[in-house]
Structures are given as C-alpha cells and as structure tokens.
Write a protein that binds this ligand. Sequence first.
Ligand SMILES: [Zn+2]
Ligand SMILES: [Zn+2]
Length: 274
Amino acid sequence: MRLTILGAGTGASGLPNAAQYPPGFLVEWADPAGDSGQQKILFDCSEGVRFRLAQAGHEYSQLHHVAITHPHPDHNVFLQFLQAVYLKWSSGGEQFKNPELHLYAPRHIIGNMDQQWDLLWQTPGPRYYKSPALKLHVMPDESALIGNGKLSAAKVYHESGNSDAVAFRLETPEGIFAYSGDTGDCPGIRQVCRDVDIFVCEDTARIGQEEKAIAYGHLTPRQAGEIAKDGKVKKLIFFHYTGQDSHQAMIDDCRLSGFSGEVVIGEDFQVFEI
Ligand SMILES: [Zn+2]
Ligand SMILES: [Zn+2]
C-alpha cells in the first residue's frame, strides 16, 4: 500500500509553516484484478488536485474511485474535477477515456449534485457526461468493495455538528488506512482509526484551544494524539494545519497524549509505503 500526499493543507495556501495545497491523498494497493495490477483511490478532491496528481506522476483522467469527506470547498470541487476528466478525453483522445468514476460521499453532496450541476450549466436536458459514467455511493450508509479492498466510513462531528461529514477507513490485504477529513473528537473518528497502519488526521485547532475545537469540530495535536492512542494507530500523519504553531510544538503537544507511535507532519509529495 502506498500513500501519496497531494495536499496536506487547508483552504489557505502559501502560509509560513503551512505552504501546502488543500487536501488530497492518493492511496494505491496491489490487486491482480485491477488496472496494471493495482487499485487506487483519491481521498478528498480539492482545487488543484488534478495538477498535484500530474506532478506526482499520476494520470488524473484514469482515476475510478474518489472519496469526499464533506461539502466544504477545500475538500470538494468534484464537479470541476469531473469536467476536467471529461475534457481530457474529448480534447485528448481515446487513450484518456474513463468509462466509470465512483464517488463515495455523504448524502448532502450526492443529494445536491443536480442543483450544483444546474448552477454551473444552464441548458435544460440530461445532466452529466457520456463518459465517465458516474456511480454514486452514499456514505456511511454503504460499505464498498474496491477490488480486494473495502472502503467504509463513519459520520463525524464538524461545523458545530451541522456539516454532513464522514471519515473513511480503507482495509486492503497490505494494510489499513484511515482518513479523518475535518472533525472534532467523536465516536466516528475513534471507530475508523482503530488498529490502522496509517491514520491521516486533521490538526486544525491551535495548541491549547481544546474547548473551541470541541465546539466547532476540529482537533488540537493533543486531541488527535488521544484518538490515535485509543485506536492503537501505528503511524499518525497530520494535515490541515494552519501553520500558527511550529511543527515541533505540534509534535510535543501530541506527545502529551501519551501516543507513542510515529508522528509525522504531512507535507505535499511525501510518500509512505506499508
Ligand atoms: Zn477543511
Ligand atoms: Zn471543513
């Protein structure tokens, strides 16, 4: 299993200590039945993610699986991505044709997709493209088999409880991966990260601002460490940090939780293998 960080940042960019693209994470694993003996899935689909995929050596038009945690625009510009996939084929030729694209997302995203489409394109008639065919999966209602891997999700607490947000868990023969999206401490996030090899976890809240984090639904480094400790996580990778605390201060605060596994401050283009 290989994780490539495409964007470890937030909706802002170019900040001191946080000069990362908004969230995007590519996970690949071996599956003899998959394209080129592999499966791959993109977690969160932010602005710029297709350029990051290209920079990391991946053809964005050939992705078949995208999982989005919540509707906020630093995680979800799916229709813009879909347009780019379609235009790659219609402008670039048959080698870029993508017959099928699965979207795994909370109900608020999938249930409002037609309205989003109508906001962008005003001609009445059929919506979406001839290719790729969209396959929609409401999470966490479903758990989906992706080749020999299993994707599941749990509802999490974000935007003061108003956001229809989920966190994801991907189980493959090579290892288990969990991705928090944006969340505060809640039963859902503790459930998805149990016994995982890699936990990519948000770290938006400033050190010491635990109460504010609980109220809105974000995590301080210490709170993330407590969740990782409880889940017996092997490797904790922080993303979605604002840069207001230094990287070392974040790691020190995380250690106050008693979490003894590996802690990494995620940065764009880092690659982790299991
Ligand atoms: Zn966010
Ligand atoms: Zn958010």
